[in-house]
Design a protein. Structure first.
Length: 325
């Protein structure tokens, strides 16, 4: 029920589906459970939602990062780029101020971008291709679709970059909008002739990754992933115990040759859609889970007050049943 339980379940699901190649016998005994999970997430899903776990590679445990080869088709990549070009509304990318939480311009981030939605009225309700991608992300990450922000399309031209940063928040304002970001899915919509790699400067495996001259100097400063059309990178900003992971520091290296297109999906610890709809107001008194009454009767309001009732930073999921409002 607590955040750390959600993260642990998510992590365990990945252990079942994408075990480390060095791990042996114990995981072999979980074959039946793994196949059951795949049936739930793949066989019963629509074709556009299905995902193939054999295409997923674990890149790192510190931070937890996974690469999905061919997550998007060429047609899907082209579609996302065309959506942005058709609207012709690319704007300079912003960053969150660490004190106020407001979006501000900064030389730390020099790309241009556009979200595919505004407020709670998301484009996924209007576009079948985007809807399929949204559902595929949820199936892969085992995280609810409503916990995700709208997909942001980004364009990096020559020399543009995003210096190393964290996706979890340092300000309290943004933490109230769905809580911290648990995970990030970076989808590469184009190849890049040189540069544009995603780099993790603090990753434990940065010194063992071999790199030749095809990698930029920026990429050589950490564990890096080259952008390749259709691939998707998933990494977690929080540990399974819900604490922030400083090893998740990451950045986008400057584009040296060509142009880089990507799509970012940030996923929060709680519903981001409800936050945008004004559900954070302490004036309303509601439960956000159908089992709240049952949990309250079982004493969970006292056992798990952070989840059930909340605190000054974020409200709980079962405030009504706990008589907290």
């Amino acid at each position: 029920m607590e955040l750390r339980v959600l993260l642990s379940l998510c992590c365990f699901s990945f252990l079942l589906l994408f075990p480390h190649p060095c791990h042996g016998g114990w995981f072999n005994n979980l074959k039946t459970k793994r196949e059951s999970l795949l049936r739930l997430k793949s066989e019963d899903a629509a074709p556009s939602v299905r995902f193939d776990p054999t295409r997923v590679t674990q890149l790192s445990w510190h931070p937890r990062a996974f690469l999905y080869k061919g997550f998007l088709t060429h047609e899907e990549c082209e579609h996302l780029i065309k959506l942005v070009r058709a609207k012709d509304k690319l704007e300079k990318s912003m960053v969150a101020d660490n004190e106020s939480g407001k979006s501000v311009a900064s030389e730390v981030r020099t790309s241009s971008g556009m979200f595919l939605s505004k407020g709670q009225f998301t484009i996924r309700l209007q576009d079948d291709i985007v809807a399929g991608i949204e559902e595929r992300i949820a199936a892969w990450t085992f995280l609810p679709p409503e916990n995700g922000e709208a997909i942001q399309i980004l364009r990096y031209e020559l020399g543009e970059k995003y210096e190393p940063h964290f996706d979890y928040f340092h300000d309290k304002v943004n933490q109230q909008l769905g809580g911290h970001r648990i995970a990030t899915v970076l989808m590469y919509l184009s190849d890049v002739e040189k540069g544009g790699e995603t780099v993790f400067p603090n990753a434990e495996g940065k010194d063992v990754q071999e790199k030749d001259d095809s990698w930029s100097d920026c990429a050589k400063k950490g564990y890096a992933v080259k952008p390749s059309e259709g691939d998707a990178l998933l990494f977690f900003s929080l540990h399974p115990d819900a604490t922030t992971d400083p090893l998740s520091l990451h950045g986008s290296c400057p584009v040296i040759e060509g142009e880089k297109w990507s799509a970012t999906k940030w996923i929060h610890v709680r519903s981001f859609d409800k936050s945008l709809a004004g559900d954070l107001s302490y004036g309303d008194c509601t439960d956000e889970n159908e089992h709240c009454t049952q949990w309250a009767l079982a004493g969970e309001c006292q056992k798990n007050p952070l989840y059930m009732v909340g605190n000054e930073q974020a409200k709980g999921y079962c405030r009504k049943s706990c008589n907290a409002c």
